[in-house]
Design a protein around this ligand. Sequence first.
Ligand code: ARG
Length: 281
Amino acid sequence: MLSLWSLWPLWHGPRARGRTSALTLAGAVLLTLLGTTTPATATAPATVIDPGPGTTIVGGGNTTVDKVPYTVSLRRGSTPFCGAAIVGVGWLLTAAHCVHGTPPDALTARAGSTYTTSGGTTRRITRIITHPGFGAAPLRDDVALLRLAEPLPLGPSIRRAPLAAVTPPAGTTVRVSGWGALSEGGPSPAHLQSVEVPTVARADCERAYGPLAPGALCAGLPQGGKDACQGDSGGPAATPAGVLVGIVSSGYGCARPGYPGVYSDVARYRAWVSGHTGITR
Ligand code: ARG
């Protein structure tokens, strides 16, 4: 699958949207299967840059939860499926597309563990508050709040992340953490991963994806190779100091050159978060 994907076109232009119909049927089916964001365009391959072997989040590496103690694993039944960020002792922020339409009692959160499968503190979810503007196609306002049944015991491995007050300027380093796939279409690790990527100017990101919703924020390297991937959704992108700036939302494939990861821009949702939780920073 990966080699087929690496042949997928990397050139894209501003006329993009209208050319989505040029996707081959096979390509469209694969995109659907992978649940990825449709790229702006699909034409003949240009330069293919191989991010190289060992691309693991993608392109990151093992970390421990004390380094990113606001990172939580969400489980439906016993299956980890998305991440979330601790924004208050009783509140998580995640992606709306992770939890929309799910009964809260089907979900649990595991905080304070490096592993999705064991350890830390688990909590039931009693309420899901999906952003009222959430829409799946095109994706917008991809944020939801989760109310925990009981507060989390704060400590070195469980901390809340303060919310960014302003959208970070392009080039700001963000640290993305989660248990998502180590490569596009690849397996998900039990061990927590993190990777650092710079935020990308909106105009550059729109050259790849076409017009983005106002609450979207992009991050990635021009050459690709480092990114969030399937299963990282809902998880945090924070500054190295631990201020929450983004929630993993979408992307075309994972870590492809020219296609940054798309995040929900936390600064734009601060007032909404405060309104529901009373958290003001
Ligand atoms: N939507 C994906 C999920 O549900 C995450 C996509 C992030 N992709 C990316 N290339 N940054 O896990």
